[in-house]
Design a protein. Structure first.
Length: 120
């Protein structure tokens, strides 16, 4: 390999690592914004699900919950072979804005006071 080929290979690896770190940081920001009540409906939904999970864990032993989850996971393809897998947690987090999106989508401040209007 020549010097330029190695340079391009290192450059590709650096871009891949930077993209992966950006995704991890974005997920962390979304989790932070979930509990900062950035989107109140989604935050209320997350708190409700966490409270329901706490109550469920209080009354049902963890062994039974893991058993039910395992049976569900391993029989999913038998019950519906054409089912498309998805991750509900990542779907939920994709709806919460990250810090970069918060800055990009911030509303523009407009001043519609009567003194600023031009008289015709």
């Amino acid at each position: 390999m020549g010097v330029m080929e190695r340079f391009h290979a290192v450059q590709d690896v650096i871009i891949t690592v930077q993209s992966a770190l950006d995704e991890v940081a974005c997920i962390g920001e979304r989790i932070k914004n979930t509990f900062n009540w950035t989107v109140p409906f989604l935050s209320c939904l997350a708190i409700t699900v966490l409270c329901a999970a706490a109550v469920l864990l209080y009354f049902v032993p963890l062994r039974y919950i893991v058993l039910a989850w395992g049976i569900n996971k391993f029989t999913k393809k038998l019950r519906d072979p054409y089912l498309i897998d998805n991750n509900e947690l990542l779907d939920f987090l994709s709806r919460v804005p990250s810090d970069v999106q918060m800055v990009q989508y911030r509303e523009l401040k407009t001043d519609f006071s009567p003194s600023r209007r031009r008289k015709i």
